[in-house]
Write a protein that binds this ligand. Structure first.
Ligand code: NAP
Length: 248
C-alpha cells in the first residue's frame, strides 16, 4: 500500500506515532522516526531498530515541530537520505490539562504552540517540497476533544479544532499541486498519554464507547495509512473520526 513511499511521522518514538511508523514500514514505506529533544533519542532509536530488524527502512531524526529551523533541517535530511518526501503525518502532540479557572496563559500557549503551530510549520515546509515533486500526502492529528470540547482541555481542544481549519485550508491551497491534506480524529486510544488516566475513570470511559474497548495505535495507523496512500487521491480536506462510535 505504501511501497517505495517516504514518510515523516512526527513524535513517533512512542504511542500512536510509533504505531504509525511501524505500520507504515510494514506496508513498504521508508520512515523517519521523529523525536523532539536530545534526551529522547534512545526511544526513537529503539523504534528504528524494531523496524529494521523486521526488514523495514527507518532513520531517527530530531526536530521540535515548533522550531522552524529544526523542522527545515529534518525535511532536508529526509530528502538527502531517501531522495524525496511523499508523506507527512503530523502526530506530535502534548497536553497540559486543567480547568479553565486554573489554566495559566502559559500552559494555554504551550499546547497551542506544539499542537497547532507545530503542525503549521511542519506542513508548510513539507508541502512546498511535495508541491515541487507534484505529489504528496499530509495527514494531521485532530482529536474528539477538538470536535466536542472536553472538560479540563481548553488549550488542547482549541489546538485540535485549529488543526481542522489548518487541514481544510492547506487542502484548498495545495490540491492543484497533487498534495492532499486530511486529518484523523482519534477517540480514546491506549498510549502513554492515556495510561495516566486512573482505572475507575478509564472503565467509565470504556462504558461510553459503543464498541466497548479503547482504541489501539494500530487502529489509527491503518486509517492514516489509507489517507496517506496513492489510492486516497480523491479525498482531501476531510476529517476521519476513529473512536469506536463515541462520536457520531
Ligand atoms: P504520546 O504518547 O504522549 O506521544 C506524543 C509524541 O509526541 C511523543 O513521542 C512526544 O515525544 C512527541 N512530541 C511531543 N512534543 C513534541 C515536539 N515539540 N516535537 C516533536 N515531537 C513531540 O501521545 P499519543 O497518545 O500517542 O498521541 C499522539 C497524537 O494523537 C497526539 O497529537 C494526540 O493529541 C493525539 N490524540 C491522542 C489520543 C489518545 O487517546 N491517546 C486521542 C486523540 C488524539 P517525547 O515523548 O519524546 O517527548
Amino acid at each position: 500500500m505504501l511501497k517505495d513511499q517516504v514518510a515523516i511521522i512526527t513524535g513517533s518514538s512512542q504511542g500512536i506515532g510509533s504505531g504509525i511508523a511501524k505500520y507504515f514500514a510494514k506496508k513498504g514505506a521508508s520512515v523517519v522516526v521523529n523525536y523532539p529533544f536530545d534526551g529522547e533519542a534512545e526511544k526513537a532509536q529503539a523504534v528504528v531498530e524494531e523496524i529494521t530488524a523486521d526488514g523495514g527502512k527507518a532513520i531517527a531524526l530530531k526536530a521540535n515541530v515548533a522550531d522552524e529551523e529544526e523542522v527545515t533541517k529534518m525535511v532536508e535530511d529526509t530528502v538527502k537520505e531517501f531522495g524525496k518526501l511523499d508523506i507527512l503525518v503530523n502526530n506530535a502532540g502534548i497536553t497540559r490539562d486543567s480547568s479553565v479557572k486554573k489554566m495559566t496563559v502559559e500552559n494555554f500557549k504551550m499546547v497551542i504552540n506544539t499542537n497547532l503551530v507545530g503542525s503549521f510549520i511542519t506542513s508548510k515546509i513539507a508541502a512546498e517540497v511535495m508541491a515541487s515533486q507534484g505529489y504528496g500526502r499530509i495527514v494531521n492529528t485532530s482529536s474528539i476533544a477538538g470536535q466536542e470540547g472536553n472538560f479540563g482541555q481548553a488549550n488542547y481542544a482549541a489546538s485540535k479544532s485549529g488543526v481542522l481549519g489548518l487541514t481544510k485550508t492547506f487542502a484548498r491551497e495545495y490540491a492543484r499541486k497533487g498534495v492532499t491534506v486530511n486529518a484523523v480524529s482519534p477517540g480514546f486510544i491506549r498510549t502513554p498519554m492515556t495510561d495516566a488516566i486512573p482505572e475507575d475513570i478509564r472503565n467509565n470511559m470504556i462504558n461510553e464507547i459503543p464498541v466497548k474497548r479503547v482504541g489501539e495505535p494500530e487502529d489509527i495507523a491503518a486509517a492514516t495509512a489509507f489517507l496517506a496512500s496513492k489510492e486516497a487521491g480523491f479525498i482531501t480536506g476531510q476529517l476521519l473520526p476513529i473512536n469506536g462510535g463515541l462520536n457520531m
